[in-house]
Design a protein around this ligand. Structure first.
Ligand SMILES: [Zn+2]
Ligand SMILES: [Zn+2]
Length: 262
């Protein structure tokens, strides 16, 4: 029941139910993550805050925050909430699963599920397949990687609403296109990437293909993006950094990042 605040180093007891409530959803923690400033939130709640709202400050104190915080699962808080308030925790998890199912079509399953092959993944595949026949033709591994790695987070916020319209997206300021989802699916299907292989993505643009490849060659493989345009490399690096924060070990050492072509 102890919680060590990273800032103060003080140990304070969590005792009442309020101590286990996420300031964003007002319910008990579901997969809690604790920020460097010492505030705790549900991982799904904070993921939406960081990525959907594009915020880089803590919702509670406005302290600096980056996406790496999402890999900071607070095991102690998680154990405590389960033990102290099992009914509330169960209700919160059920709600979180319902929410996750709703956003399946939006490709956000990783908010809760860390298992590539889990049953939630299978249900998600089913719903995606009904909506997108061209994606349905792809092999399950390719579809899994595409479901797990959201295309919209490789686009600038202003064009994210167009992420799943099945068409290429023009990035005017960066002066390149991000191809349609099915182009990625088709290319990856033909490449048939297997764990342990090395993949060099020449002209890596936004970094999405590099990231998808990293998931497919993992474990044991390597994926590196290379681009001649410095602005593209900078953009890809920040996209890959947050993908790494979210996907953690799933792509871990396989994702080498993006680099400029010398
Ligand atoms: Zn919450
Ligand atoms: Zn804070």
């Amino acid at each position: 029941m102890d919680d060590i605040s990273p800032r103060s180093g003080m140990v304070r007891k969590r005792t009442s139910i309020e101590d286990f409530e996420c300031p964003i959803c007002g319910q008990v923690f579901c997969t809690p993550v604790t920020t460097p400033c010492g505030h705790t939130f549900c991982k799904p709640c904070l993921s939406v805050w960081v990525f959907e709202m594009d915020s880089s400050t803590c919702p509670s104190c406005r302290g600096a925050l980056d996406s790496a915080v999402l890999s900071n699962i607070d095991k102690a808080a998680d154990d405590s909430v389960r033990a102290a308030f099992p009914e509330e925790w169960k209700a919160r998890m059920t709600l979180a699963c319902e929410e996750a199912n709703k956003v399946w079509a939006e490709q956000l399953p990783f908010l809760l599920c860390d298992d590539f092959e889990c049953s939630k993944m299978a249900r998600g595949l089913e719903s995606i397949n009904q909506q997108n026949q061209s994606l349905a033709r792809s092999c399950p591994r390719v579809v899994c990687s595409m479901l797990t790695i959201p295309r919209k987070w490789f686009l600038p916020p202003s064009v994210r609403p167009r992420a799943y319209q099945g068409a290429p997206v023009r990035l005017e300021t960066l002066r390149f296109n991000v191809s349609a989802p099915e182009v990625y699916g088709h290319a990856l299907e033909l490449l048939d990437l297997q764990p342990g292989l090395s993949f060099l993505d020449i002209g890596s643009g936004c970094g999405l293909l590099t990231c998808l490849a990293a998931a497919l060659v993992s474990p044991g493989g390597r994926a590196l993006g290379v681009d001649i345009r410095e602005t593209a490399v900078t953009f890809a690096r920040s996209n890959l950094e947050r993908a790494r924060a979210l996907l953690g070990e799933r792509i871990g050492s396989s994702l080498l990042g993006a680099t400029a072509l010398e």
